[in-house]
Design a protein around this ligand. Sequence first.
Ligand SMILES: Cc1cc2nc3c(=O)[nH]c(=O)nc-3n(C[C@H](O)[C@H](O)[C@H](O)COP(=O)(O)OP(=O)(O)OC[C@H]3O[C@@H](n4cnc5c(N)ncnc54)[C@H](O)[C@@H]3O)c2cc1C
Length: 410
Amino acid sequence: MSASPTRTAAIIGAGPAGLFAAELLAENGVSVTVYEKMPTPGRKFLMAGRGGLNLTHTEKLDGFLHRYGAARDVLGPMVEDFSPEALRAWADGLGAETFAGSSGRVFPKAMKASPLLRAWRARLEGLGVRILTRHQWVGWSPESDFLIRSEDAEQAVRADAVLLALGGASWPRLGSDGGWAGWLEARGAALAPFAPSNSGFRADWSEPMKKHAGEPVKAVALSHMGRTVRGEAMVSAYGLEGGAVYALSASLRQAIERDGETVLSLDLKPDWSAQELASRLAKARRGESLSNTLRKAARLSAVQIALLREAHREVPREPEALAAAIKDARIVLTGIQGLDRAISSAGGVRFDSLDKSLMLKAIPGVFAAGEMLDWEAPTGGYLLQACFATGRAAAQGMLAWMDRDLSSTD
Ligand SMILES: Cc1cc2nc3c(=O)[nH]c(=O)nc-3n(C[C@H](O)[C@H](O)[C@H](O)COP(=O)(O)OP(=O)(O)OC[C@H]3O[C@@H](n4cnc5c(N)ncnc54)[C@H](O)[C@@H]3O)c2cc1C
């Protein structure tokens, strides 16, 4: 790729990773064009806004970085360079002042993405960034340039540096569908297969259990493979979903992929010890029905009682055994809910295909950022934080690449 007097960058994909890179590049005097296949930019970002737009988290950095699992070593320096505090300051600067909820999750006060995205687009426009919507990357031209198809034309796009910020493969109707994977593999990039992350899991519910679809299971502790997560789950017609389930989704998915099914343990009363629970149950009136005892003495909701019955074919009556059953209700998960409705995806461009600046080793001058890279994290703001941080890191890499290129062609 040759350098021109005004450095040019092409960015494919107008999600948070691509737009954030566009901002930094334009601030540094680069002429930036963003190509987006959908009619409007940031569709998944707007969808995230429906849940309040959990931008990041106040958790201490060590714990924060732990959420990226195996990708921690690569993502850590980028998140340190563009920290949760920096992301909040950036949002504040766009008039989307943030607050931290009691769980530590950070949201804009408006609890939606549209005002922030509107202000952001105005800023990008002011910086001269061109966003071309309905422009889709459809593969390579005969000269190995990026072939972009718009409504009435196809063009081969060249720039001093290109950023791919194509997103993962979940919720494909929002634009990111992973359709590009084969084109990168054909040029020598290694990809890990896409898999649903932060997704629900199937359970073969009995007919009585199915009646509770749509009911939240509040203040539950879920355990899998030695890890326990407290939070809320949601019973759905097909199985279980919700924040606490998503937090365990990587290990649940791996176990199901390996063994075909896996057992999730629910502590339906995590705030009470087994002993405390047993002594409350022991005070139940003689002759009282089991449901009434569970409702009154154990203060279980209807959906919690249904889950207890689902887990234990014979629910014990003796207080200590009943307390133990409540604190270890085992549900067999038999499948993974598909990519279509997963919050995010695992898999994508492997880090060993990228150099430290997020440039594809096999295609010099082409960088990648955001959810299309091979990392995953639970919900809680960790996803968007990494998309912003990798978008920024890639933009810095592009600037360094373009400057090196310029000096070498003098
Ligand atoms: C329902 C839901 C709720 C969520 N809530 C949160 C939340 O609260 N907090 C959080 O941290 N994360 C949340 N996420 C995840 C978060 O939105 C994503 O991780 C993030 O948007 C990914 O950013 P990205 O820029 O990498 O990709 P995307 O936002 O997916 O953007 C990629 C863009 O590339 C475009 N594109 C793809 N292929 C092509 C092509 N061939 N040519 C041109 N353009 C192309 C797509 O149309 C898309 O606009 C949520 C996701 C969903 C689905």
